[in-house]
Design a protein around this ligand. Sequence first.
Ligand SMILES: Nc1ncnc2c1ncn2[C@@H]1O[C@H](COP(=O)(O)OP(=O)(O)OP(=O)(O)O)[C@@H](O)[C@H]1O
Ligand SMILES: [Mg+2]
Length: 117
Amino acid sequence: MILRSGANRWTLLIGKRALKIARHRYGRWNNLNEAAFGPSPLVAPTRAYLRGWIATQPRCEPVSRYEWETLKYGYVREIREHVPCERKPCSFGWLGDRLVAVDYGWPGPYGKSSQAP
Ligand SMILES: Nc1ncnc2c1ncn2[C@@H]1O[C@H](COP(=O)(O)OP(=O)(O)OP(=O)(O)O)[C@@H](O)[C@H]1O
Ligand SMILES: [Mg+2]
């Protein structure tokens, strides 16, 4: 089991799954926004539970520095035309042989106004 920390979520990598635990309400909104994104071949699909405090994704393989250099002007740019993800390697991963966004929950419908989902 591996733990990876982001500013908004802790991600536990367990077997073939990634379990994303919100650190605070922004993490919760990130989880809810990813789950609301809908089916897309450009992202790791997300399911959220417990009002967004936890979410799951398929585990993806990290993008190497070398891969990033060749992808950042090409396929990464195409993904970012459709998906709200930051231009950094840890926002992406390999789902099998497909590059997908793994951190794409901001901005989105949750967390924009004073709503309490
Ligand atoms: N499905 C996944 N498979 C493998 N690793 C993942 C997956 N989802 C996230 N990670 C890794 O876990 C770390 C934290 O997750 P994530 O980026 O979703 O959290 P975050 O709080 O939104 O991060 P940031 O501070 O970059 O906004 C990242 O380094 C990311 O690469
Ligand atoms: Mg993030």
